[in-house]
Design a protein around this ligand. Structure first.
Ligand SMILES: *[C@@H]1O[C@H](CO)[C@@H](O)[C@H](O)[C@H]1NC(C)=O
Ligand SMILES: *[C@@H]1O[C@H](CO)[C@@H](O)[C@H](O)[C@H]1NC(C)=O
Length: 288
């Protein structure tokens, strides 16, 4: 029996003539004092495309603001900071590991009158002009932890976060947590109308969406664009400080984005190679 060990190594070195930016443009080697989000060095390389939305949901979850939870699988380390961001870092890479934002806190996914998951939106660029996003399901568990992160669809991640905070029977029920009586009345009316078949299921769902937006639990298109704008304005502020548009910093950011895209391609090709090797091993088995 023999086994292939394939190592695909793509090292991209980008030189930018730049007086204003430190030469080390990407990340530190992963084995040099690896310290995740505590390290200002690895942190300041990640920019959020969107300002995180305001806190919303059951108020005892406010305890989680400003805290971060890690999960590692063999290839990546993920860091989830509830009501702020979720990031991913390649811990296997030999050099210049990929580090990206998987999403920024945006809104609740509400299912059957329950706060089911946090939707983390507008992460780092993915393939074909899309951006990564993550649905973080919130479940009852003995300890507070980020239990798993997977990528069921390309650029669409699914995470499971467990905490004892949500173990009570009514801990994640939405209706009683609508502050405004007026919104609860609208919900009652919509339920009655649905029951009497005066509105369709779609009409009911649309009315609930408007109620949740009014309650600040979900983002309207204009909420979303103003959060995106706030992040951009912050960015421009920094750019001006660093020499304005067309500056070194801007070209550097463009190159970093390109490197991220190439890394994404490499990831896809690596997976393809592993598939081919497995197929070849299975196919060639009889000849051994
Ligand atoms: C977030 O909170 C601030 C301050 O309370 C408020 O001005 C702003 O409108 C809120 N944003 C959204 C999207 O609700
Ligand atoms: C992610 O959220 C944490 C906790 O709020 C914060 O300290 C960190 O700076 C955020 N990361 C980015 C890239 O903004």
């Amino acid at each position: 029996m023999w086994r292939h060990n394939m190592l695909l190594l793509l090292t991209l070195i980008v030189f930018v003539k730049c007086d204003m930016v430190p030469l080390k443009v990407l990340n530190e080697l992963p084995n040099q004092g690896y310290s995740g989000f505590n390290s200002p060095k690895s942190e300041d390389k990640l920019k959020l495309r969107m300002q995180p939305a305001n806190f919303s949901g059951p108020d005892y979850l406010e305890k989680l603001i400003g805290k971060c939870f890690k999960h590692r699988d063999p290839k990546y380390e993920y860091v989830f900071c509830p009501f702020h961001n979720i990031t991913q870092e390649d811990i296997q890479a030999f050099y210049e590991p990929y580090k990206g934002v998987l999403g920024v806190w945006g809104q609740w996914d509400i299912k059957d009158n329950q706060f089911a998951a946090m939707e983390m939106l507008e992460g780092s660029g993915c393939s074909a002009g899309r951006h990564r996003s993550t649905r973080v399901a919130i479940k009852c568990g003995k300890v507070t932890q980020l239990e798993s992160v997977t990528e069921p669809d390309k650029c669409r991640y699914a995470a499971v976060f467990k905490t004892p905070l949500v173990c009570g029977i009514n801990a994640m029920v939405v209706y009683p947590r609508l502050d405004a009586a007026e919104l609860r009345e609208r919900w009652d009316e919509a339920s009655t109308d649905l029951y009497n078949q005066e509105i369709t299921q779609l009409g009911y769902d649309n009315e609930l969406e408007r109620i949740f937006q009014a309650a600040g639990l979900r983002l309207s298109p204009s909420d979303l664009s103003s959060l995106m704008q706030s992040a951009q304005q912050e960015d421009e502020g920094t750019e001006e400080a660093q020499g304005g548009p067309g500056s070194c910093q801007e070209r550097l950011t463009a190159l970093q984005t390109r490197v991220q895209e190439l890394e994404e391609e490499v990831k896809v090709k690596e997976e393809k190679i592993v598939e081919l090797v497995i197929a070849a091993e299975e196919g060639g088995h009889q000849d051994d």
